[in-house]
Ligand binder design. Structure first.
Ligand code: HSE
Length: 429
């Protein structure tokens, strides 16, 4: 049996998963890769910390160069996350002719270009299946299994933390705050949950998926992003009444030659398969012009699911390394397309407004919508809260620019206390 030595940068949750898989599935990995994988060194911050895992202490180092400069190490796994020093480590590993596997979505979404170019220049392989949706093989699906297609749209629930929170709000009538607290207690949400609940994590993943599915460079600053903090139980109730569920949806689609790319809470039909992706699961729905619609479902985070993607990438490298021409660097960032401005987005909308409960107020607001070309599907008013009441509008499909102009006028009315929430509706078939 041939032997290969690998180095691992980082021994957090995913690192522990990688270690467990390499040990538990040793025989399968041997058969499938044709190699005995030996972990040569693991980079950690503190070699003395007790990690509750059976990694021999002599494998740990706090000096990255013990891995990056070791000529006997052929593959490096980067799972420390963040931009620095992960980027320097990856670049150095590539320059030292090591193949690299990473799970680092933020780095790929913002600096991926330089990494791909360096991998190509140095003739090393660079794999990143774990960067989007953890254990779900979405990168390989787009890069290999669907390459015969023109991809028309990718619609995903690609953040497990927010999906867990929204599921709790939907099925247990929890508030956002209570559901977040529970997610933190159960270890789904981090102590600082900003990246998940404000949808930065989903935005990075969408940038990677867009780049692969539509062959374009993406500047994450161009992606419209909105988190889930404004969702209230009452929004979920109204959604339910109209046959929808609220999910944090990341989507990219081509419409009339323009690319729509956005991440925001969205009402989707309760019968759609994505509506049934609950708890911390992820789901990605892809439409290709040959394959039709497909959906991938599974765990988007966690030590073993993410470790599964990382170790499978190592095996892909070992299988490919026998033949240098099998270098599998993705070089499909042909264009630099900008997403169409949000004013051009066409959607249906749910708009909840606090208004004075007086004669003529509904008429005044409805007139403004009419003036701005927004056609109303349904209006509802429920209950009364002292001087103000909540009115909810569901619109027909309209341009977001029309909605914005109408909202600006509505906000100026003396009868309106505030616009409480606006949620886009995607009637995915
Ligand atoms: N924090 C992410 C999630 C997993 O909740 O899905 C890592 O990207």
């Amino acid at each position: 049996m041939k032997k290969v030595r690998i180095g691992i940068l980082g021994l957090g949750n995913v690192g522990r998963g990688v270690w467990k898989i390499l040990n538990t599935n040793k025989d399968e990995i041997r058969k499938r890769s044709g190699y005995d994988i030996e972990v040569a060194k693991i980079l950690v911050r503190d070699v003395n910390k007790n990690r509750g895992i059976d990694v021999p202490k002599e494998l740990l180092t706090d000096n990255a160069d013990e891995i990056l400069d070791d000529a006997t190490i052929e593959v490096v796994i980067e799972i420390i996350g963040g931009i620095n020093p992960a980027k320097e480590y990856i670049l150095k590993a590539m320059k030292n002719k090591k193949h690299v596997v990473t799970a680092n979505k933020m780095l790929l979404a913002t600096e991926g270009d330089e990494l791909f170019q360096t991998a190509e220049k140095e003739g090393v392989m660079f794999y990143y299946e774990a960067s989007v949706a953890g254990g779900i093989p979405i990168i390989h699906a787009i890069n290999e299994s669907l390459t015969a297609n023109k991809i028309e749209q990718v619609i995903g629930i690609i953040n497990g933390t927010t999906n867990y929170i929204l599921t709790k709000m939907t099925f247990e009538n929890m508030t956002f705050e209570a559901a977040l607290k529970e997610a933190q207690e159960k270890g789904f949400a981090e102590a600082d949950p900003t990246s998940d609940i404000e949808a930065y994590d989903a935005m990075y993943k969408l940038a990677i998926l867009t780049s692969l599915a539509f062959g374009t460079k993406v500047n994450v600053k161009d992606i419209y992003r909105e988190g889930i903090t404004k969702i209230k139980p009452i929004d979920i109730e109204y959604a339910r009444e109209f046959g929808y569920v609220i999910k944090l949806i990341a989507m990219v689609k081509e419409r009339e030659g323009e690319l729509e790319m956005r991440v925001h809470p969205t009402m989707i039909p309760e019968r759609h398969p994505l509506a049934n992706v609950n708890n911390s699961f992820n789901g990605i729905y892809i439409s290709g012009n040959a394959v039709g619609d497909i959906m991938l479902y599974g765990r988007g985070a966690g030590d073993l699911p993410t470790g599964s993607a990382v170790v499978s990438d190592v095996i892909s490298i070992l299988r490919g390394s026998a033949d240098v021409s099998a270098i599998s660097v993705v070089k499909n960032n042909f264009w630099n397309r900008k997403p169409s401005p949000m004013e051009n987005t066409r959607s249906e909308y749910y708009i909840r407004i606090s208004v004075k409960d007086l004669p003529g107020v509904l008429g005044e607001i409805s007139t403004i919508f009419g003036e701005e070309g927004v056609s109303i599907l349904s209006v509802m008013q429920k209950g009364k809260r002292e001087d103000y009441t909540s009115v909810v509008y569901f619109t027909h499909t309209t341009l977001e620019g029309n909605i914005n102009r109408a909202i600006e006028k509505i906000n100026k009315s003396g009868n309106v206390k505030q616009i409480d929430n606006i949620i886009r509706i995607e009637n995915i078939q």
